[in-house]
Write a protein that binds this ligand. Structure first.
Ligand code: NDP
Length: 249
C-alpha cells in the first residue's frame, strides 16, 4: 500500500487518465477526491471507486468552485497529501482557423485552472506532499493544429518548475507527467467512431518508436510513482510516458 493514509485531489477524475489514476490510488490505500463538470460520470466513477472516493462537481476554470471543492475535500478527509491537476481539454485547429474563444478556452482550462488549483490547495497540503501536473508530448513535438494546446502544456512545464522552487522549503514536490497519445475520450471529437479512433491510433502509433498508442493505466502508474515516497527526491521534473515519441528525431 504505497498511499496508505494519504488523501489525493484529482481534477478530471471521472474519465480517462484521471479515473485510471483514481482507481490505482484507491487500490494503494488512498482516499480520493475526484472533480469534473459532469455529475453523472462523476457519480458513476465514485460508485465504482467505493467509499474512499468523494465526487465533487467543480468546473476547474471557476476559481471559486475550485476553492469550494478543496475546502470540502479538507473538511471530509482532514488534509491533502497529493494533488493531480489533470483536467484538460484539447483543440485541433490550424493557426489560421483558431478563434480567440478556442485559444482562450484551451489556455483557461489547461493553464489558468491548473495554476489556481495549486494555489487553492497549497495552504492545505501536508509537508512532503506531492503535486503532479498533466502535460503533454505536444508541448515539444510541434504537431500541426495544436498551437494553443502546445502553448498551454509548455506553460504547465514552466509553471511546475517555479512551483517546485517555491514549495521546496515545505518539502512539497511538484512534477509533470507528460503522456503521448493515450486511448481516452479526449480523442472522441477528433475521431467520433470506433473505426475512426482505430485508424487514428494506428496512424499515430507509426510515429512512436515502441509502435503503440498508450493506455491510461500506463500514465497512472507514473503518476503513482511521482505521488509516492518512491519519488521522494524527484523535484521539478517531467516524465514522458510516450513510447519514445519525444526521443525520436
Ligand atoms: P478525458 O477527456 O478522458 O478527460 C478529461 C478530464 O478533464 C475529464 O474528466 C473532464 O471532466 C475534465 N475536465 C475538462 N475540462 C474541465 C473543467 N473545465 N473543469 C473540470 N474538469 C474538466 O481525457 P484524458 O484523460 O486524456 O485527459 C486528461 C489529461 O491528459 C488532460 O490534461 C490532457 O491534456 C492530458 N493528455 C492526454 C493525452 C491523451 O492522448 N489522452 C496526451 C497528453 C496529455 P468533465 O468533462 O466532467 O468536466
Amino acid at each position: 500500500m504505497r498511499l496508505a493514509n494519504k488523501t489525493a485531489f484529482i481534477t478530471g477524475g471521472n474519465s480517462g487518465i484521471g479515473l485510471a489514476t483514481a482507481r490505482l490510488f484507491v487500490a494503494e490505500g488512498a482516499r480520493v477526491v475526484i472533480t469534473g463538470r459532469n455529475q453523472a460520470t462523476l457519480e458513476a466513477a465514485a460508485k465504482e471507486l467505493g467509499p474512499n472516493a468523494l465526487p465533487i462537481v467543480a468546473d476547474a476554470t471557476d476559481i471559486a468552485a475550485t476553492e469550494r471543492a478543496i475546502k470540502q475535500a479538507v473538511e471530509k478527509f482532514g488534509k491533502l497529501d497529493i494533488v493531480f491537476a489533470n483536467a484538460g481539454i484539447s483543440a485541433s485547429t490550424p493557426v489560421g482557423g483558431t478563434s480567440l474563444e478556442t485559444f482562450e478556452s484551451v489556455l483557461k482550462t489547461n493553464i489558468t485552472a491548473v495554476f489556481f488549483t495549486v494555489q487553492a490547495a497549497a495552504p492545505h497540503l501536508s509537508d512532503g506532499a506531492s503535486i503532479i501536473l498533466n502535460g503533454s508530448v505536444i508541448s515539444v513535438l510541434g504537431n500541426p493544429g495544436y498551437a494553443a494546446y502546445a502553448a498551454s502544456k509548455a506553460g504547465v512545464r514552466a509553471m511546475a518548475r517555479v512551483m517546485a522552487s517555491e514549495l521546496s522549503p515545505r518539502g512539497i514536490r511538484v512534477n509533470v507527467v507528460s503522456p503521448g497519445g493515450t486511448s481516452t475520450p479526449i480523442w472522441n471529437r477528433t475521431a467520433p467512431t470506433p473505426e475512426a479512433i482505430a485508424a487514428l491510433e494506428a496512424r499515430i502509433a507509426k510515429a512512436i518508436p515502441l509502435g503503440r498508442f498508450g493506455k491510461p493505466e500506463q500514465v497512472a502508474k507514473t503518476v503513482l510513482f511521482l505521488a509516492s515516497d518512491d519519488a521522494s527526491n524527484v523535484q521539478g521534473a517531467e516524465i514522458f510516458v510516450d513510447g519514445g515519441a519525444t526521443a525520436s528525431p
